[in-house]
Design a protein around this ligand. Structure first.
Ligand SMILES: C[S@@+](CC[C@H](N)C(=O)[O-])C[C@H]1O[C@@H](n2cnc3c(N)ncnc32)[C@H](O)[C@@H]1O
Length: 387
């Protein structure tokens, strides 16, 4: 495969928009690769002074790169063969830059996004262990209340009733498992962070609900095949290290005719932007795939595979209110595992830069209604029926 360089225009040197473009291009490349097409996103370089973002792909043809960029919904200025590989922002990527000054730093941090890496591939066990530590850090319970409406929506959308045995994968503090129990279902929740399960237990007790809670890994569910009528996950399974294994497990434990419902942040929404912002400051571990892939119906359909039918999706938002953008940034830097862990790997200057970008992101989403920061966080619910 040869390397190709794509040039995109980014209005007013907008860092966040550049990161967004990069994530979309990366995802489109990964999706095409999953379909067996010979294309791979390699890395990006953002040149704010020139309002330009370069994307480097490896592919069989320029046409395939154009297809990837088109699928990402981006308008490219040029695609051209790259004659040298770009090892860093200081290096000229190719003779196609035509005098563009390559003095800025790259905004991309997720260049090794695909688990379908050739050769030995990433160590997904090691990645899973790292991510388990990340979710055990901070205090997710301080954030969890923000997504209660997402779980209630998921359970209603899928339609859980008293005769259903329901599994909530990556239950955290139990939102979906509790919502299912409130609808008189037989409810089971699993997560790999015991401290969060303890909170879920206390919440069930406080509401006098029966919920079975177990420490387990979404990638290796400790249940027999076809043992649940409904398998759900809200903003949970999307964070598994091995997306393919997690998808297979969801299908395996659902009975034929049973339903699967997954709510995930979208790549293009607020949280997608937040995760990319964090990734621009601290590179994700090797092999980590963007969690927000699960916010795309086609990707989930691919992950669930042949074992399901009737895949469909709805997109919705959950409204969030903060005193101001700084309150949002500090809340997430202090308590939300992924941002807290990333901030811990930066020096004071790096942390301040990350905080400033989080504040800018939040401000860019403010609905401008006054009375504090009000923003809508987009998620997508993908549902499917087990064959
Ligand atoms: C953003 S929280 C969402 C929790 C909960 N579903 C909710 O709606 O509040 C993500 C959760 O996924 C869990 N998680 C991520 N990967 C997991 C895995 N492989 N196995 C079990 N739990 C996992 C984390 O421990 C964390 O509780």
């Amino acid at each position: 495969m040869a390397e190709y360089l794509v040039e995109l225009y980014v209005a007013q040197g907008d860092h966040v928009a550049a990161q967004h473009h990069v994530a979309l291009a990366e995802q489109a490349g990964a999706d095409l690769a999953r379909e067996g097409r010979a294309v791979r996103f390699l890395r990006s370089i953002f040149v704010p002074e020139d309002d330009t973002c370069f994307l480097l792909f490896e592919a069989d043809s320029a046409a395939l790169v154009t297809e990837a960029v088109g699928r990402a919904g981006l308008r490219l200025e040029h695609v051209s063969a790259a004659t040298t590989s770009v090892a860093g922002a200081q290096e000229s990527p190719a003779d196609t830059t035509k005098g563009t000054s390559m003095t800025s730093t790259t905004t991309s941090s997720t260049t090794s996004s695909s688990s379908t890496t050739s050769g030995t591939g990433p160590d997904l066990k090691e990645l899973r262990d790292k991510q388990q530590k990340v979710w055990s850090s901070g205090d997710y319970n301080k954030i969890a209340a923000l997504t209660v409406p997402v779980s209630e929506h998921l359970v209603d959308h899928v339609g859980v009733g008293p005769t259903d045995r329901v599994l909530d994968v990556a239950t955290g503090t139990g939102h979906v498992a509790l919502a299912a129990a409130r609808r008189s279902a037989e409810s089971v929740g699993i997560d790999y962070v015991p401290a969060l399960l303890d909170i879920a237990r206390r919440r069930a007790e406080a509401e006098d609900l029966v919920v079975e809670l177990a420490e387990a890994d979404a990638e290796h569910l400790p249940y027999d095949d076809a043992s649940f009528d409904v398998v759900l996950s809200a903003i949970g399974v999307m964070f598994a290290a091995d997306h393919d294994a997690a998808g297979r497990e969801l299908v395996r434990v659902t009975r034929p005719g049973g339903r699967i419902g997954l709510a995930s942040w979208t790549p293009e929404g607020f949280v997608g932007g937040m995760l990319r912002t964090v990734g621009a400051h601290v590179s994700p571990p090797p092999g980590a795939q963007p969690a927000t892939r699960w916010g795309t119906e086609e990707v989930v359909a691919g992950l669930l595979g042949e074992g399901v039918t009737d895949v469909s999706s709805v997109t919705a938002t959950v409204r969030q209110r903060f005193t101001d953008a700084a309150e949002f940034a500090d809340l997430f830097l202090t308590w939300y595992g992924p941002t807290y862990a990333a901030a811990g790997r930066l020096d004071d200057e790096g942390r301040a830069a990350l905080r400033a970008d989080l504040v800018a992101l939040a401000e860019s989403h403010d609905r401008g209604e006054g009375g504090g920061l009000v923003c809508d966080w987009e998620y997508r619910i993908v549902t499917a029926t087990r064959r």
